[in-house]
Design a protein around this ligand. Structure first.
Ligand SMILES: Cc1cc2nc3c(=O)[nH]c(=O)nc-3n(C[C@H](O)[C@H](O)[C@H](O)COP(=O)(O)OP(=O)(O)OC[C@H]3O[C@@H](n4cnc5c(N)ncnc54)[C@H](O)[C@@H]3O)c2cc1C
Length: 492
C-alpha cells in the first residue's frame, strides 16, 4: 500500500494533540500534517473516563488553552471540557486533519530516507473490520499522554475471585452499572476516589473510601472571584482569561513555595478548610493527615467541599487501613474488620505507558526510550525529529502543551530556513561531565504510577538543556529563549 506523506504527524487527539494541531495550523499554515487518534473521537483523558462525577482537578483557566477563553466555573466536568475542545476544533476547522479509530503500532526512523515510517491500524466503527495504513512523516509529535487508556492499574489482592459482587476500575466504568441502594467501597485516596465518593453517595446505601494512606485535600467554592468580578465589569473574555490565568499561576506558585518553606503553615490551612465543613472538633487523624509534606503528591481540590459534605451527611465514610484480603461479602482489613460491599471500585491509578504502546526503531535498531536523556523535557538524545508533550504535575498540563507547541513550530521554521531535514539532540561531551537522574526526582514528586514506571522513562542530566524541570515559570521563559544552535541539537 502506498504510504501517505505528511510533513508532521501528531499522535493523539487529546488536549495536547488538538492544541498541537491548532498551533501548527495557525503558526505554519503551509505544513501538511495529520493527527492520528485511536479512539472514535477527540478528548483523550476526558473521553476515556466516564465514571460518575468525572471532572478536572485543576482550574480551566489554565487547563484551557491560552488562545481560547474559558467562560465557565474553574472546575469543569469532562462533558464541558469536551464541548470546549469541540469548539476549538470547529472554530479552527481542525477536523480535516484528524483521523479517528486509527492506532499507531510501529514507528521506524530511516536516516537515509530522513523520515519516520508509521504503521497504523484503522478500525471501521460500523463493521469492526480493520486495515493497515502507512504514513511517512518528517516530524513525529508525540501527544499520546502518559498512561494506557485501555485499562487502569489495579493491584491483585488475595481472594478477589471470592468476592460475590462486582469489581470496577474507574477507567473502564460500565455505562449500565446500577449502584442505587448498594454498598460500595472505593479503594483509593486520590482525586479520582475523592470525585467518585460524593458522586455515588446520594444514590448508594453507603459508600466507603478505603485508603491505605491519606491525601491532602484543599476545599473551596467552585468559582473564581476575580473572574466573576471581571465578567460583571463586562471585560472582554480574552482579557478575563489572561488575567485570571496569571492570578491562578501566581497563587499556585505561592502554594508550591510555601509547601517547601513552611509546610506546617500549609498543612494548617488545608486542615482549616476541612474543619470549616466538618466542625472544629473533627479529628483529622488518621484519615486526613498524610505523612509526606504537601505537594509531594498532587493536592486534590474538592470543589464546594462535596466529599466532606457527603461524609458529614453520613452517606460516605473513610477507613484508613491495609487490605488483608477480599472475601465473599466485601474486604477484610488488616485490623480484622470486614467491610461489607456489593460493589468495589479500585481507584488505584494508571499504568504508565510512555510511548503509546508504539514499537519504535531507529535505523532498524529497536529504541529503548529509557536509555535516552531528555532535551528540555521535549526531545530525546539520539532520537531524530521527535517531540513529546509531557505536562506539569503541579500546574495544568495544557500550559506546557501550549509552550511546547510554540517550540515545535519555532524548530520546524528554523529547519526550513536553514534547509535542514532532521534534528537530533546529541549529548557529546556532556555525557561525561554530567550526573544523571530519573525523569522525575522521587524526593520532589512520587505518586504511585511514576514510582511503578520510572524505569520506563528517559533520564535527565544536571544542567540545561538536559533537564526536565516540571516548572512552568522557568519553562515559559527558557523554552522560547532556548538557543537551537548551541551544539546540543545537531542538524542534518
Ligand atoms: C481522571 C483524570 C483527571 C485529570 N485531571 C487533570 C486536571 O485537572 N488537570 C491537569 O492538568 N491534568 C489532569 N489530568 C492529567 C491529564 O491526563 C492531562 O492533563 C491531559 O488530559 C493529557 O492530555 P494529552 O492529550 O497529553 O493525553 P491524553 O488525554 O492521554 O490523550 C492522548 C490521546 O492519544 C491517543 N493515543 C495514545 N496512543 C496512541 C496510539 N498508539 N495511536 C493513536 N492514538 C493514540 C489516546 O487514545 C488519547 O486519546 C487528569 C488525568 C486523569 C486520568
Amino acid at each position: 500500500m502506498t504510504p501517505i506523506d505528511v510533513e508532521v504527524l501528531i499522535v493523539g487527539a487529546g488536549i495536547s494533540g488538538v492544541g498541537g494541531a491548532y498551533h501548527l495550523a495557525t503558526q505554519m499554515p503551509d505544513k501538511s500534517f495529520v493527527v492520528l487518534e485511536n479512539q472514535e473521537s477527540f478528548g483523550g483523558t476526558w473521553r476515556t473516563h466516564t465514571y460518575p462525577g468525572i471532572r478536572s482537578d485543576s482550574d480551566l483557566f489554565t487547563f484551557g488553552y491560552r488562545f481560547k477563553p474559558w467562560k465557565g466555573d474553574p472546575i469543569a466536568t469532562a462533558d464541558k471540557i469536551l464541548t470546549y475542545m469541540g469548539e476549538v476544533i470547529d472554530e479552527n476547522d481542525l477536523d480535516r486533519f484528524i483521523r479517528y479509530n486509527t492506532t499507531i503500532t510501529n514507528a521506524s526512523w530511516a536516516s537515509d530516507d530522513k523520515r519516520w515510517a508509521i504503521t497504523a491500524t484503522v478500525v471501521d466503527p460500523e463493521t469492526g473490520s480493520t486495515e493497515t495504513v502507512t504514513y511517512r512523516t518528517s516530524f513525529l509529535w508525540m501527544c499520546q499522554g502518559y498512561y494506557r487508556h485501555s485499562e487502569g492499574y489495579s493491584p491483585t489482592w488475595d481472594g478477589m475471585d471470592d468476592f460475590a459482587g462486582e469489581i470496577i476500575h474507574p477507567q473502564t466504568w460500565p455505562d449500565d452499572l446500577d449502584y442505587a441502594g448498594k454498598r460500595v467501597i472505593v479503594i483509593g485516596s486520590g482525586a479520582t476516589a475523592a470525585t467518585i465518593v460524593p458522586a455515588l453517595a446520594t444514590d448508594c446505601e453507603h459508600v466507603t473510601m478505603l485508603q491505605r494512606s491519606p491525601t491532602y485535600f484543599s476545599t473551596g467554592r467552585n468559582s473564581n472571584e476575580l473572574a466573576e468580578m471581571l465578567r460583571e465589569l463586562d471585560i472582554p473574555d480574552e482579557w478575563t482569561h489572561e488575567i485570571v490565568r496569571r492570578k491562578v499561576l501566581h497563587d499556585g506558585a505561592l502554594i508550591t513555595r510555601m509547601s517547601t518553606e513552611d509546610p506546617e503553615m500549609v498543612k494548617t490551612e488545608l486542615a482549616a478548610g476541612i474543619k470549616e465543613i466538618m466542625g472544629e472538633d473533627y479529628q483529622l487523624d488518621p484519615h486526613f493527615t498524610p505523612s509526606y509534606r504537601p505537594w509531594h503528591q498532587r493536592i486534590a481540590f474538592v470543589p464546594d467541599g462535596d466529599l466532606f459534605h457527603a461524609i458529614k451527611d453520613g452517606n460516605a465514610s473513610v477507613v484508613t487501613d491495609e487490605i488483608s484480603r477480599f472475601v465473599e461479602g466485601g474486604i477484610e482489613l488488616a485490623s480484622g474488620e470486614v467491610l461489607e460491599a456489593d460493589i468495589i471500585v479500585t481507584a488505584t491509578g494508571f499504568n504508565l505507558n510512555v510511548l503509546g504502546d508504539i514499537a519504535f526503531d531507529i535505523d532498524a535498531e529497536p529504541m529503548n526510550f529509557a536509555d535516552t536523556v531528555t532535551w528540555r523535557g521535549v526531545m530525546f538524545s539520539g532520537v531524530p525529529n521527535m517531540a513529546w508533550v509531557f505536562g506539569y504535575f503541579r500546574a495544568s498540563w495544557t500550559l506546557r502543551a501550549d509552550i511546547v507547541s510554540d517550540f515545535v513550530c519555532r524548530l520546524l521554521a528554523d529547519m526550513d530556513e536553514h534547509g535542514r531535514d532532521y534534528v537530533v539532540p546529541v549529548l557529546g561531551e556532556a555525557a561525561d561531565e554530567m550526573s544523571f537522574t530519573s525523569w522525575v526526582d522521587p524526593e520532589d514528586f512520587n505518586p504511585g504510577y511514576i514510582q511503578r514506571g520510572i524505569h520506563l522513562l528517559p533520564r535527565q542530566g544536571d544542567r540545561d538543556p538536559w533537564v526536565h524541570t516540571q516548572n512552568y515559570a522557568h519553562d515559559k521563559e527558557a523554552l522560547p529563549a532556548a538557543d537551537l544552535h548551541d551544539g546540543s541539537l545537531q542538524f542534518f
